[in-house]
Ligand binder design. Structure first.
Ligand SMILES: C[S@@+](CC[C@H](N)C(=O)[O-])C[C@H]1O[C@@H](n2cnc3c(N)ncnc32)[C@H](O)[C@@H]1O
Length: 337
């Protein structure tokens, strides 16, 4: 390949139009309309309230890139790529890309990368007037962060519940536990465990509904509130699943200190998230940059987790990794080792 070919290929890869075109297709739910049989350009324009001439340009652009195919004049069909844009696809991709959803607000903050590089500060609050977790109410009710998160948590919750030596009895607190995907998997797999779900109030409400539907309400307690306040005391296990990477060191240490203060001497505090210096560098560096831009958080190396634990008067005693790549970091009070 000549250097000119290379430059052309690179320019195409970083061109900003394709991501916007895919977002437009996702927002208009083109894949769902085609899947429902509205394969003709004019039918699609009617379903989506768009101008047929303009829509044709979008469909041809995306067809030339393999997102759709055109089996006949003005006819469009799905490909494996556009099948991932169906609303019910387990990846939740369509909802993340929808211009009316929380994903679009994230994109807006990511676009301020250059400012963030100069200031060294997370741009989300400057862009939206409030921090990421306070901004979640701005999403449309059918496309919330909780729903999208839930879909993601479902992808690893069962594996987490079955690939760690969980105790047969005891009480755990899922700190920032979202809408209960992890608790549902854990309590289903381990009938001797009970749990408290702690998260922001609206998230806990949705989580308790989910846990009730799963027949687990009698083993679950709701704890609407903040992990920056004192936590429910004396649980056997405090779980922090994908929580600390949302926060800078100061806030992450406070959350861990609150777990340590609530824990009894034999309690275990489990930090469950990816470790920055192991695994897929593409995914991890993307998440690290994303966390910085959205929440001011970061991905951490094992050494950085050791420092956080020490600053919270805890000792990180054991590290394991489950097949999906999530690490389980076990922390204790030093005197219980
Ligand atoms: C990245 S999500 C992780 C959710 C869940 N643990 C999982 O892995 O799917 C972070 C969670 O922290 C919650 N959260 C954010 N700020 C919080 C606060 N101050 N107190 C309690 N929970 C909070 C969010 O609502 C969200 O559910």
């Amino acid at each position: 390949m000549t250097s000119q070919d290379q430059a052309r290929e690179f320019a195409e890869a970083v061109d900003g139009l394709a991501p916007l075109a895919v977002r437009a297709a996702a927002t208009l739910r083109l894949a769902d309309h085609i899947h429902a049989g509205h394969t003709d350009l004019h039918a699609l324009a009617g379903r989506t309230g768009t101008d047929p001439h303009a829509l044709h340009k979008l469909l041809r652009f995306l067809t030339s890139r393999g997102v759709f195919t055109d089996p006949g004049p003005d006819q469009f069909a799905l490909t494996p790529l556009s099948a991932t844009l169906l609303d019910e696809h387990p990846s939740g991709l369509r909802r993340w890309l929808d211009r009316g959803g929380i994903g679009a607000r994230m994109d807006h903050a990511l676009a301020h990368l250059d400012t963030a590089l100069r200031t060294g500060r997370c741009p989300y609050t400057d862009v939206h007037g409030t921090g990421f977790y306070d901004d979640l109410a701005a999403a449309t009710p059918d496309n919330t962060f909780d729903q999208l998160r839930d879909q993601h948590a479902d992808s690893f919750a069962h594996e987490l519940a079955t690939s760690h030596p969980w105790p047969t009895t005891g009480h755990l607190v899922d700190v920032g536990g979202g809408t209960g995907a992890v608790l549902e998997a854990l309590l289903t797999a381990h009938p001797g465990l009970s749990a408290t779900l702690l998260d922001r109030p609206e998230t806990v409400t949705a989580g308790m509904q989910r846990l009730s539907r799963a027949g687990l309400a009698s083993r679950c307690t709701a704890a609407p509130g903040s992990f920056f306040d004192p936590l429910p005391p004396r649980a056997d296990i405090y779980l922090l699943v994908n929580v600390l990477h949302n926060w800078n060191d100061h806030h992450a240490t406070t959350i861990l200190q609150n777990c340590a203060a609530a824990a009894h001497p034999e309690s275990t505090i489990l930090i469950i998230e990816r470790i920055a210096d192991t695994g897929d560098a593409r995914a991890l560096t993307a998440m690290d940059l994303r966390m910085f831009l959205l929440t001011g958080g970061q991905e951490r190396t094992l050494q950085q987790f050791h420092h956080l634990a020490t600053d919270a008067y805890l000792t990180l005693t054991h590290t394991a990794t489950i097949p999906s790549g999530l690490a389980i970091l076990t922390c204790h009070h030093p005197r219980s080792i």
